[in-house]
Design a protein around this ligand. Structure first.
Ligand SMILES: [Zn+2]
Length: 122
């Protein structure tokens, strides 16, 4: 487990070009979301890094089985997230309306990728 973490750190340092200290801070921050949802923009904002590197890091953590991907639906009409969260795009009903304003939701446009931090993360 420790070896896996070291390899993960090295890979992240290599791929993002960030310093080890920053990578460790980001990993610690992500671990604090254990068992809950993590939004990419939260990391982006907190560490002032760009979206590309945010996704490089998150995707690597998915590969290492510390995060899983989930989908949230956002209504662009009333600016609200729907209550349901889906583990895959296939689980999202084909015809779905906003539960607040009734607008038809276009899954391809309005589904947002979020990350679930698994309980084995650190
Ligand atoms: Zn709505």
């Amino acid at each position: 487990m420790l070896d896996q973490l070291l390899m993960l750190q090295n890979k992240l340092i290599q791929d993002s070009g960030f310093e080890e200290k920053l990578i460790n801070e980001i990993l610690e921050f992500i671990k604090s979301f254990k068992g809950t949802l993590l939004y990419p923009r939260v990391i982006k904002r907190k560490f002032r890094i760009d979206m590309k590197n945010t996704y490089i890091i998150l995707n690597e953590l998915v590969k290492n089985d510390l995060l899983t991907i989930a989908y949230e639906i956002y209504c662009s009409e009333c600016d609200k997230f729907q209550n349901d969260i889906y583990d895959s795009l296939n689980e999202i009903p084909k015809n779905i309306c906003c539960e607040y304003c009734g607008k038809d939701i276009d899954i391809m446009k309005d589904a947002i990728v979020v990350f679930k931090v698994k309980n084995n993360a650190g």
